[in-house]
Design a protein around this ligand. Structure first.
Ligand code: MCA
Ligand code: AMP
Length: 498
């Protein structure tokens, strides 16, 4: 395998030059169109002072231009740092201070905010500004080593402070090339791209499978059931989070006929229930292929393309990935069949957390295995089933919410004595964020929710805040979240609004 990610991408650009790469509402882009634009944009980035190893922070709406910006960043040898468009001022301030980017590319409405937060050292541009009058001359690709960082993706943690996962050129290239093979992508594939492009799933898994195989994608701004079903007439693959499949099943237009030309439906980022798996097959005749991964690791396991796709299982370790189950505290490796923490090793595992050697050291075993925080077991056929999480994490519609971050904001309020934030089963999002609060005086849950929206991205804001007289505690005084989860398990059973 070649040294850097851009070399792999450039081979595709050269090989598939005239073929269609991206189709959006505005126009069609061939591989050559995208490469030429990326080469010219890379020259612009360099003019703005972005050198090899510098961070480029991006918070833009989903667009083909953003994808071109990503390629231009790789071509310039810089480090790509995508942010969820939902992030608020306090969240952005943290990322700017921690990552120290040279350049931020944002929406027009955020320019003033970024300029104020970033100070003199940060260049701030919109996509329109970057693309206006691009230079004709393309920047030559800057060569990078396999181990050089290509991207930093922030993930929150149990302490509530996000950590930047450093993904190397080799991490991204090896995982992408392996998935092309494993899921049998060919230049004839057409992928429906309805995921956001600030996460591993939409940016690396879906996009690299297309870019590295010479396939093409129908690029949708977001998941919309009608648009996705409409695109199926011409497409072959859909990748999505379980909420996509739940919403497709709720759409009467999604039928066996609508899905007839599709060859593959992939699900990941959150558990796909065995019930949804079965209902999906009954509806359209396709068995969803479930796989499992993480921001820090890329894709780890997958159900087979050709063999049995087992409902409720995330499949076997992918080629090159070593996976074992261990006892969390001691690290003792457990025999097949026993439930423990999932640990992984392989060329796809990240380099560590940005400027955070302590956190990095804490999440690796001495022999190089990364401790995922997911609990599971391996069955007699080598299939992995995930049964829960050791980490206190809620996954809502494929997006991670760490209760600690929401609890810290609530606990800081004068009207809150203590708060416990839990995940509650939700028919659309899988899990929904709910806060159970012990007030310290007059308390208005609706007003508190509105105030939380100022400091938290919308998906992290509790769908409901419940005031209770007393939070249940164990003899040590610790809040019993398990009890709360049981107590409120049925609250969304009748529908999403609770
Ligand atoms: C939007 N909202 C959400 C979510 N998304 N709330 C909780 N969880 C969410 N995921 C908020 C909106 O801000 C809005 O709030 C209200 O919920 C209703 O929004 P709705 O219109 O239903 O949302 P949507 O725009 O249709 O989005 C739902 C979605 C989207 C399609 C499920 O969240 C999505 O595309 N998720 C995919 C995320 C993803 O790519 N994850 C991969 C991570 P209000 O009304 O209050 O403003 S990578 C990863 O996990 C690893 C590597 C892996 O294995 O893949
Ligand atoms: P992220 O930090 O967004 O990369 O989320 C990674 C986490 O998503 C993993 O540690 C798992 O807990 C979860 N996850 C990803 N894929 C699956 C899956 N197929 N089933 C269950 N959980 C999953």
């Amino acid at each position: 395998m070649a040294g850097d990610l851009y070399s792999c991408l450039a081979r595709s650009f050269a090989k598939y030059g005239d073929r269609l790469f991206i189709e959006d509402a505005a126009r069609n882009w061939t591989y050559r169109d995208v490469e030429t634009a990326a080469g010219r944009l890379a020259a612009r980035l360099q003019d703005l002072g972005l050198g090899a190893g510098d961070r480029l922070l991006v918070q833009t709406d989903k667009s083909v231009e953003t994808i071109i910006l990503y390629f231009a960043c790789m071509r310039a040898g810089a480090i790509y740092l995508p942010l969820n468009v939902d992030y608020t001022e306090s969240e952005i301030a943290y990322f700017l201070a921690d990552a120290e980017p040279v350049l931020a590319v944002c929406r027009g409405s955020s320019v003033e905010l970024f300029a104020r937060l970033g100070g003199d050292r940060l260049e701030v541009r919109t996509l329109d500004q970057l693309f206006a009058d691009l230079p004709d001359a393309q920047a030559a690709p800057v060569s990078r080593q396999p181990d050089d960082v290509a991207a930093i993706l922030y993930t929150s943690g149990t302490t509530g402070k996000p950590k930047g996962a450093m993904l190397s050129n080799a991490n991204l290239a090896s995982n992408g090339e392996m998935l092309v093979d494993f899921w049998q992508f060919t230049p004839d594939d057409i992928l429906i791209h309805a995921l956001p492009i600030f996460h591993v799933h939409g940016l690396f898994v879906a996009m690299h499978c297309v870019a590295l195989s010479g396939a093409s994608m129908i690029f949708l701004p977001k998941f919309d059931s009608a648009a996705v079903v409409g695109a199926m007439a011409r497409a072959t693959v859909l990748m999505g989070v379980p909420t996509f499949y739940i919403r497709l099943l709720a759409d009467p237009a999604f039928t066996r006929e609508a899905a007839a030309g599709m060859r593959l439906f992939v699900s990941g980022s959150a558990p796909l229930s065995a019930d949804i798996h079965r209902a999906f097959e009954e509806r359209c005749g396709h068995r969803v292929l479930e796989r499992y991964g993480m921001t820090e690791t890329g894709m780890l396991t997958s159900n087979p393309y050709l063999g049995e796709r087992r409902a409720g299982f995330v499949g076997r370790p992918l080629p090159g990935v070593e996976l074992r189950i261990a006892e969390f505290e001691s690290g003792r490796v457990l025999p097949q069949g026993e439930v423990g923490i999932v640990e992984v090793r392989g060329p796809n595992i990240f380099k560590g957390y940005w400027r955070n050697p302590e956190k990095t050291a804490a999440e690796f075993r001495p022999d190089g295995y990364f401790i995922t925080g997911d609990m599971g077991f391996i069955d007699a056929d080598g299939y992995v089933q995930l049964v829960g999480r050791e980490k206190d994490l809620i996954i809502s519609g494929g997006l991670n919410v760490y209760p600690a971050e929401v609890e810290a904001l609530l606990d800081d309020r004068p009207d809150v004595a203590e708060a416990a934030v839990i995940g509650v089963p939700h028919p659309d999002f899988g899990e929904a964020v709910v806060a159970v609060v012990q007030p310290s005086g007059p308390f208005d849950p609706v007003a508190v929710r509105e105030e939380l929206r100022r400091d938290l991205a919308a998906f992290k804001v509790p769908k409901q805040i419940i005031a209770v007289e007393e939070l249940p505690r164990n003899t040590m005084g610790k809040i019993q979240k398990k009890l709360l989860r049981e107590r409120y398990a049925g609250m969304f059973a009748g529908g999403g609004e609770g």
